[in-house]
Write a protein that binds this ligand. Structure first.
Ligand code: AMP
Length: 341
């Protein structure tokens, strides 16, 4: 029997609950310090206790996963804590496309794929000297917005970068990625592409709540001006959003374009869950600054089903359960190779 395995963080509860609901065995690779937390959840069949998630690369861990015929569900923690080489070297079959995760982690590759998908991306700024509009400065990888900052010109950029280096948030030799700041309503569009059905499903939308940029908005301007703190975009949690129905057609088109582009650029393409992240401006025009090529933690808000999935399924369907359903169907029809890498 197939088991579903994942790392204990990010969206693991949702993923394993969904797997259990589909009748699959559930395995959590769990850091010792979080053992007590995850023991609270009876739908987790087996904990593999590790000191660090990197142990998933060790033979011992991989053997347990292999014995259980596990499929590993990648999520943001895997990307944040491991290099692309390490991720690609994992022998356990991974749900979706492990090769595309490199395209998520590397800023230049990410931009290339987004352009290939025709997504409207903010203009990148290659040299701090060229900053002439408000920009956002980002770190590589799935840093969760920690250490990001905004700058209005080169001087502002240097001052904030130096401050963050002296505070130990950024390292001196770190390559930062600069792009124009896009203002508007945040919308993180969550999709699932099924290679078995060759169909794109729109799952839902979330917004991220980021500290301390969000907290700053609650302080009167006079106090904001006195603050010397460089506000970060560290994600604390998510909340749901539904879109104007008139925007849905374009949402599907963006998702489909992304799936098509991924098929051309990084085989076998964008299989499974993914997310296109951006903002809608005053003309309801979408600008996309990011994608995640795997399940996003923002889907945790719909553990009990999302508004858009309730239109597609006559049952409660979380993203975790949708993944498990795809794996179950693939196992039953001997097509696991189609949905894993
Ligand atoms: P990211 O790691 O690219 O998802 O960015 C983290 C957060 O920074 C996002 O959730 C947004 O709030 C913000 N952000 C990133 N890029 C932009 C942009 N170009 N314009 C406005 N906000 C952005």
């Amino acid at each position: 029997m197939t088991a579903i395995a994942t790392l204990g963080s990010h969206c693991s509860l949702q993923v394993l609950k969904g797997a259990k609901d589909e009748g699959l065995k559930t395995i959590l690779v769990c850091e010792k310090k979080r053992e007590k937390l995850y023991q609270r959840f009876p739908f987790i069949d087996e904990l593999i206790i590790v000191e660090s998630f990197k142990e998933i690369l060790d033979q011992k861990c991989q053997s347990i996963l292999e014995e259980n015929e596990s499929v590993l569900i990648p999520h943001g923690t895997l990307i944040a804590q491991m290099s692309s080489e390490e991720i690609e070297s994992i022998k356990t079959p991974m749900f979706g496309n492990k090769w595309i995760l490199r395209w998520e982690s590397d800023r230049e590759m990410k931009e290339k794929l987004m352009r290939e998908a025709n997504l409207p991306v903010p203009k990148p700024v290659t040299n701090p000297k060229d900053i002439d509009k408000l920009v956002i400065v980002k770190r590589q990888g799935a840093a969760g917005g920690k250490g990001y900052f905004m700058a209005a010109n080169e001087e502002d950029y240097n001052a904030k970068r130096n401050q963050l280096i002296s505070e130990g948030v950024l390292s001196k030799d770190e390559t930062l990625y600069i792009q124009e700041y896009a203002a508007g309503v945040l919308a993180y569009l969550q999709f699932f592409y099924s290679p078995l059905k060759e169909e794109l499903e729109f799952f839902g939308v979330d917004q991220r709540h980021e500290s301390d940029i969000e907290g700053l908005g609650r302080i009167p301007a006079a106090q904001q001006l006195k603050s010397t703190k460089v506000p970060s975009f560290n994600v604390i949690g998510n909340s749901p959003l539904v879109l104007r129905e008139s925007l849905l057609d374009e949402v599907y088109t963006m998702g489909e374009n992304f799936v098509e582009a991924a098929k051309r650029v990084v085989k076998p393409g964008m299989n499974g869950p993914f997310c296109i992240e951006g903002v809608y401006d005053d003309n309801a025009k979408f600008t996309s600054f990011e994608f995640s090529a795997r399940i996003v933690a923002g889907s945790n808000i719909y553990m009990d089903g999302s508004p858009y999935y309730s239109l597609l399924f006559n049952e409660t369907m979380s993203m975790g359960k949708r993944i498990a359903r795809e794996i179950k169907t693939a196992t039953e029809t001997s097509q696991l190779d189609k949905i894993t890498t």
